[in-house]
Design a protein around this ligand. Sequence first.
Ligand code: GDP
Ligand code: MG
Length: 177
Amino acid sequence: MSSDDEAEEYLFKIVIIGDSAVGKSNLLSRYARNEFNMHSKATIGVEFQTQSMEIDGKEVKAQIWDTAGQERFRAVTSAYYRGAVGALIVYDISRRTTFDSIGRWLDELNTHSDATVARMLVGNKCDLDDIRAVSIEEGKRLAEEHGLFFIETSAKDSTNVKTAFELIIKEIFNNVS
Ligand code: GDP
Ligand code: MG
């Protein structure tokens, strides 16, 4: 549209990656619909959800993609990553193996996208502090090593979920504007 008054359109594709059952689908459903499911099925999931927020008086839409459980077969396709400008790389603070996988997910992300993609390391299930297997310090250190933002979240009790998505959306906005 040509009018100067016409709001510019911002549409950002963000992907959520990480091992099976770390809480990717619930982070998205908590953010987009304020819903949490204790017994969510790995194979059931929408392709993406779109959420809008306002930054500097501009409407910014985030199209947030969720895997349909294909990460169990290590077969997240290149189509999933195509056009992404942001990524949440998620592990479960109560399961060490999911933290050990982060390097592999970063490699995969690097293979399928370019270096400008905004990245955030997310330690989910921080409500499970009593059975924590990865310390906050370890999460921070890994994030620093790879130049990622870092946050701990709980899709169950909502801790930092909105903050995590809004931080990455703002970072993407700053990168492009
Ligand atoms: P995905 O495979 O990464 O999409 O993981 P899901 O979102 O399907 O979640 C896997 C399991 O972890 C489900 O039983 C969820 O209820 C549970 N879960 C997800 N997020 C949290 C959280 O923040 N805290 C706790 N305690 N459980 C969670
Ligand atoms: Mg899922």
